[in-house]
Ligand binder design. Structure first.
Ligand SMILES: Cc1cc2nc3c(=O)[nH]c(=O)nc-3n(C[C@H](O)[C@H](O)[C@H](O)COP(=O)(O)OP(=O)(O)OC[C@H]3O[C@@H](n4cnc5c(N)ncnc54)[C@H](O)[C@@H]3O)c2cc1C
Length: 405
């Protein structure tokens, strides 16, 4: 039976980021990941792109990883939010914030590769992959786990288990953590396009009567598109020919970027909101999508998960330095309490946006226009939006201030 301080179930983008944050802190860590990193990579043009808030960029800098992303990241200089067919738009600008960029767009494939390399290079980490958690028990003084790797069952113990195993978290389910869940009845269709005109590092969020549409600036003058449609219409949108798809998209987005000329492969993601009702228990912490799965309308899910791991790593390292057991509930509560406001605000913000801008009621159309205008005219509302989307609300962990743990 191998013994560890921390067992992390799920080596996805959030779990692997936690490993990196904790690396070199004298902790014995086991990571169990079901899917090999290599099999998740996709060919260049069709990658899903992730918008990283500037706060997330600082956390990756704090973990000495940003220089490995930098050359494949596209800076966002402005965010332009508009409502199709209605008056009013709002704009956020890096100059107003005094920042080099409001955020960065990085292909998920690149994030996976950098984190995968860092994970494999870490000597303090045993990386079980591909392997699945098959059993988990929590006792007063630790957790016991069984993992299935090829045909062998391996047993291990740890002082703390971290659930980083995504939306359908097995850890959450096995330990009976309830979730509140709602289906948006919407599907995100994602792809990359090349428009006629340069994007000039502007990210566009456009609300339309059939669902919100985001264009994120990417390398080679491409834009990553996230187009939310009613789930009933998703199959039709997925089945369109490339030229029909571009024509439909053009009609929704308009001509701010000229003609939309080339399109990559499409992928569809049905959308649900899932919130775990507890972020911690004795010997357990939830991070990333296992704790909160959001609508991608404002590109917040991974950013929120990265803030989770920056805080959790700080709390755990401080506890160990102070001679405390990192799996004790009173230690883990510091993480849960610290993260509560950010979870609540970002969830409410994205959920509110998703519902407000997808309700088909005609009366809401005018309210939305006014809402957008008001947002632009009322600086505190706009500031809150900026602070939330940039991950600067609340108490900031050391990694997000560029300081070592
Ligand atoms: C269309 C779309 C666009 C998005 N765009 C953005 C964006 O621009 N910005 C942003 O911040 N966020 C965005 N998100 C959200 C972001 O993708 C997620 O929040 C993020 O990927 C969550 O990472 P995670 O590691 O928590 O979960 P996951 O990526 O789901 O990783 C969970 C891992 O656990 C493993 N696992 C599961 N069960 C087991 C088991 N039993 N044993 C072992 N391993 C297991 C899985 O194989 C997986 O690798 C977007 C989401 C969607 C759908």
């Amino acid at each position: 039976m191998k013994q560890y301080d921390i067992l992390i179930v799920g080596g996805g983008m959030v779990g692997a980021s936690l490993v990196r944050a904790l690396d070199g802190q004298g902790l014995r860590i086991a990571v169990v990941e079901a899917v090999q990193f290599e099999t998740r990579t996709e060919p260049g043009y069709d990658d899903r792109a992730i918008a990283l808030a500037s706060g997330t960029q600082r956390i990756f800098s704090g973990m000495q990883l940003w220089d490995r992303f930098e050359h494949e990241a596209t800076a966002i200089h402005q965010i332009h939010v508009s409502d199709r067919g209605h008056f009013g738009f709002t704009r956020m600008d890096r100059a107003e914030e005094g920042l080099p960029a409001l955020g960065y767009v990085v292909p998920a494939r690149v994030i996976g590769r950098v984190l995968g390399d860092a994970l494999r290079a870490s000597e303090a980490v045993d990386f079980y992959c591909p392997a699945r958690l098959s059993n988990l028990g929590v006792e007063a003084d630790g957790v016991t786990a069984e993992i299935l790797q090829e045909d062998a069952v391996l047993s291990l113990t740890a002082r703390l288990v971290v659930a980083a195993d995504g939306t359908g978290s097995v850890v959450r389910e096995r330990l009976g953590i309830p979730v509140s869940e709602s289906d948006y009845g919407q599907t995100a269709v994602i792809t990359n396009i090349t428009p006629q005109l340069p994007h000039h590092h502007v990210a566009y969020e456009r609300f339309t009567d059939t669902g919100p549409l985001a264009f994120l600036p990417m390398s080679e003058q491409r834009c990553a598109v996230v187009w939310t449609v009613e789930s009933a219409a998703a199959e039709t949108v997925m089945a369109l020919s490339d030229s029909e798809f571009l024509a439909r998209l053009q009609e929704r987005f308009g001509y701010r970027l000229g003609r939309l000329e080339r399109v990559g492969k499409r992928q569809a993601y049905p959308l649900r909101l899932i919130k775990a009702t507890e972020a911690v228990r004795h010997r357990l912490a939830l991070v990333g999508n296992a704790a909160h799965t959001l609508h991608p309308i404002a590109g917040q899910g991974f950013n929120l998960g990265v803030r989770d791991i920056a805080v959790l790593a700080e709390v755990l390292v401080d506890a160990v330095r102070a001679g405390q057991d990192p799996g004790e509930l009173n230690v883990l509560r510091r993480y849960g309490d610290w993260r509560r406001a950010d979870h609540r605000q970002v969830t409410a913000f994205t959920d509110g946006l998703a519902r407000m801008f997808t309700l088909p009621l005609p009366a809401l159309g005018a309210a939305r226009g006014v809402g957008m205008l008001a947002l632009d005219l009322v600086p505190p509302a706009k500031r809150l939006l900026t602070r939330l989307t940039m991950g600067r609300a609340g108490r900031v962990p050391r990694l997000a201030r560029g300081l070592p743990l």
